[in-house]
Structure formats: structure tokens, C-alpha cells
Design a protein around this ligand. Structure first.
Ligand SMILES: [Zn+2]
Length: 206
């Protein structure tokens, strides 16, 4: 399946409420988020994201639940040497979802404190939940999938537990383990008059 910049799912069969209609719709695919989306989430990817979304009707008129997962490989900078580190991530989400055809946004995540200014009918135990709002039957989950994936990235990455990092002049010490930066303090001159003291110290401390 070719990667696409969108992750579309069509909710029309759920919303039609036809007798014998489905109680859930499902879609999956490979997502290659747009450059704008990647920039917004601070993401760099080694390849497309695999995704799957299921939207269920929970029995109310247009009360839905959207559940999904997204997996892929991000590129993160090693915190010591700044080389790219492929980092596997698998993330999932589950949100109550409302269908509001009049709104502008195709898909919006409404965070709990902003909810229910006008929605007096919602039970109180739902007031604290984040929820999704969809504006049309054909929904693009790409922004949400990219966002959920980005949130689950580790804060930092290491290319290897033994990464030597960078010298003060920026040289990668994994590639040049014997490199000494030009601005490093000079090693002691071999002809130092104190060499004889160093020899004495070794003997006296043993
Ligand atoms: Zn490294």
C-alpha cells in the first residue's frame, strides 16, 4: 500500500443510522505526513507511519469513540554526538468523538478544560475528558496520528550506550577516538624537570 499524506476514514456508514448498518468503521494505511505537519510536530521520519483507526458508534445519536494506533521510526539526534538515531515508536489513542457538521475544522482535539461551554447535556463524568470533534463524514486523521506519534517519542536518544560524543571542537570521537581538540591544554612536555618527582610519587605511594 503506497504511503499517502492523509489518513482518511469515512464515517458516513456510521452516521447514516440505517437499519442493519455497521456499528463501526475501520481504516488503515501508510502515512507520509506533509512537510508542514512534520515541522509542526518537530518530527523527522525514517519512513512512513503505519496506522489503523476504528470509529465506533456508542449508541447515542452521533456519539462515537475513535481508537487508533500509529507506529514507525523517527530520526532523533544522539544527545552526545548529534548523529541521527533511528528510534522506533508505537503510540495509540482513544477519544470520545462527536460529529458536528457545522464546524470549520475537519478534525479537532478539544482538551478537557475547554469542553462543554455550550454542551449542557453531557453527563458530568464526561466533562474532564479530552474529545475529538469531526466536521465532515470523511475525516483525515493524519494530523492527530502524527501528533500522537510525536508525543510518544522519548525525550532524548543515544546512538550507543558507549557513545563518546563530540570533542570541544565538534569532531565526532566515535569516528576519531584519538582526536585531541586544538584548543585542549597541551600535554605535559616530556622534558619537564618535574618528571623525576612523578617517578618518586609512584614509588612512595605504593
Ligand atoms: Zn552518539
Amino acid at each position: 500500500m503506497p504511503a499517502e499524506p492523509v489518513a482518511l476514514i469515512n464515517l458516513a456508514p456510521l452516521l447514516s443510522h440505517a437499519p442493519g448498518g455497521p456499528s463501526e468503521v475501520e481504516a488503515e494505511g501508510e502515512l507520509a505526513p506533509s512537510p508542514e505537519e512534520l515541522a509542526k510536530d518537530g518530527l523527522r521520519l525514517a519512513g512512513p507511519l503505519s496506522w489503523r483507526v476504528v470509529v465506533r458508534n456508542t449508541g447515542g445519536d452521533d456519539d462515537l469513540i475513535a481508537e487508533g494506533e500509529v507506529a514507525g521510526t523517527a530520526l532523533m539526534e544522539c544527545r552526545r554526538c548529534l548523529e541521527d538515531v533511528p528510534t522506533d515508536v508505537r503510540a495509540s489513542f482513544l477519544y470520545p468523538t462527536v460529529y458536528k457538521p457545522s464546524q470549520e475544522a475537519d478534525l479537532a482535539l478539544i482538551e478537557a478544560p475547554l469542553v462543554n461551554v455550550e454542551d449542557d447535556l453531557a453527563p458530568h463524568d464526561e466533562l474532564a475528558e479530552d474529545r475529538l470533534s469531526v466536521g465532515s463524514p470523511e475525516v483525515d486523521f493524519a494530523p492527530l496520528l502524527a501528533q500522537v506519534f510525536a508525543i510518544d517519542l522519548p525525550l532524548t536518544a543515544l546512538c550507543s550506550p558507549t557513545c563518546r560524543g563530540l570533542a570541544t571542537d565538534g569532531v565526532n570521537l566515535n569516528e576519531h577516538p584519538d582526536h585531541v581538540p586544538a584548543d585542549a591544554p597541551e600535554p605535559e612536555a616530556p622534558s619537564s624537570p618535574f618528571d623525576v618527582l612523578a617517578d618518586l610519587d609512584v614509588e612512595s605511594s605504593s
